[in-house]
Design a protein around this ligand. Structure first.
Ligand SMILES: NC(=O)c1ccc[n+]([C@@H]2O[C@H](COP(=O)([O-])OP(=O)(O)OC[C@H]3O[C@@H](n4cnc5c(N)ncnc54)[C@H](O)[C@@H]3O)[C@@H](O)[C@H]2O)c1
Length: 323
């Protein structure tokens, strides 16, 4: 098979490219480099610079590289930006997907993997979120991921494409420093940012209904996430596999913000007492995946823990931010 990996120069996409190419799959990356870096890609993986909104380009790339499966990661992913620019998020995340699905159907491609997110669930009041927990996204970003899942399923049914939607929980870490996330949108880089400025990390609310009062999340090492993509791609490559599948990709273990800040203090040697501020509107007290369906369907489980996520992310931070 040859896999087209859209968003392949991004943080997660570059890890997926590396794991799939390293496992002997033929891969080609497509990225408009709006948030990605070409240097993240191995030299022997072709990078097509262009957008998933460009249908003619997509058709050409699928034909020229004789693509037989697609992993679609290209998207905009910032919640606050999606609240400020909802039409842009629908156009790029849903419109880009529709354009891609048309090209995929026209090329007769029968396998597609879609990057979804735990954001599709919103804030469910459950101990473990299963794939059957009702979806109720609370921002336009999450809405575009849920609409994307619907579109993937509908197009899969219409055109006989076997599809898989992976709902990632909180992604952290790096398989190598040069692959690290360079954005400062998630807790780990946000705390690094505060610490390297000599400021105390911030906690938004310590009066949530959780054991230590701070929000609990399910963190997953990006290298484990990339392994899950390989397992899902290999499952899809089986000609007997049809229909759609939706899987949570998490560890199934909750870690509180306070616990995460403690690990970051241990790894960086910067132990500062966090500043407790008010709760942020819309923050769920707890969001932890049930990881059982992914284990059953893919034979995959996350192997790396939070200290490994933080120490690998820290090496990446030092490389990119020069401290
Ligand atoms: N990082 C997370 O915690 C997380 C969690 C859940 C889901 N996701 C999803 O995973 C995917 C990858 O996220 P990431 O963290 O690697 O983000 P990222 O911004 O690092 O990667 C996205 C990549 O897609 C490219 N891109 C964006 N729009 C494009 C377009 N229209 N055409 C071509 N390329 C385009 C960007 O240049 C970038 O390289 C996204 O779909 C995101 O919504 C991420």
């Amino acid at each position: 098979m040859t896999w087209l990996i859209t968003g392949g120069a991004g943080y997660i996409g570059a890890h997926v490219v590396r794991v799939m190419a390293g496992a002997g799959e033929r891969v080609v990356a497509l990225d408009d480099l709006s948030a990605g870096h070409a240097a993240r890609l191995p030299e022997d993986v072709p990078l097509v610079r262009g957008s998933s909104l460009d249908g003619e380009l997509l058709k050409r790339v699928l034909a020229e590289h004789e693509v037989t499966g697609v992993v679609h990661l290209a998207a905009r992913k910032q919640v606050a930006e999606s609240v400020a620019q909802p039409t842009r998020y629908y156009q790029e995340n849903v419109g880009g997907l529709a354009t891609l699905l048309d090209a995929v159907a026209e090329a007769g491609i029968r396998r597609l993997l879609f990057s979804s997110s735990a954001a599709v669930y919103g804030n469910p009041d459950v101990d473990l979120i299963t794939e059957d927990t009702p979806c109720a996204p609370v921002n336009p970003y999450g809405e575009t991921k849920l609409a994307g899942e619907w579109l993937v399923r509908a197009a899969g049914q219409a055109h006989g494409i076997a599809t898989t939607c992976l709902r990632y929980f909180n992604v952290a870490g790096a398989a190598a420093p040069e692959l690290a996330d360079t954005g400062v949108f998630n807790i780990v880089p946000m705390v690094f940012d505060r610490l390297t400025r000599g400021e105390a990390p911030r906690i938004f609310g310590d009066d949530h209904p959780t054991p230590d009062g701070t929000c609990v999340r399910d963190y997953i090492h990006v290298a484990d996430l990339a392994d899950a993509h390989l397992a899902a791609a290999r499952r899809l490559a089986d000609p007997d596999v049809t229909g759609d599948l939706t899987l949570n990709i998490g560890r199934g273990e909750g870690v509180s913000v306070r616990e995460m800040i403690t690990v970051i203090g241990e790894v960086t040697g910067e132990r500062r007492t966090p500043l407790v501020e008010g709760r942020r509107p819309g923050d769920a007290p707890r969001a932890v995946a049930s990881a059982e369906r992914a284990a059953a369907e893919l034979g995959w489980r996350a192997r790396r823990g939070v200290p490994e996520m933080v120490s690998s992310a820290w090496r990446g931070w030092q490389l990119h931010h020069g401290s």
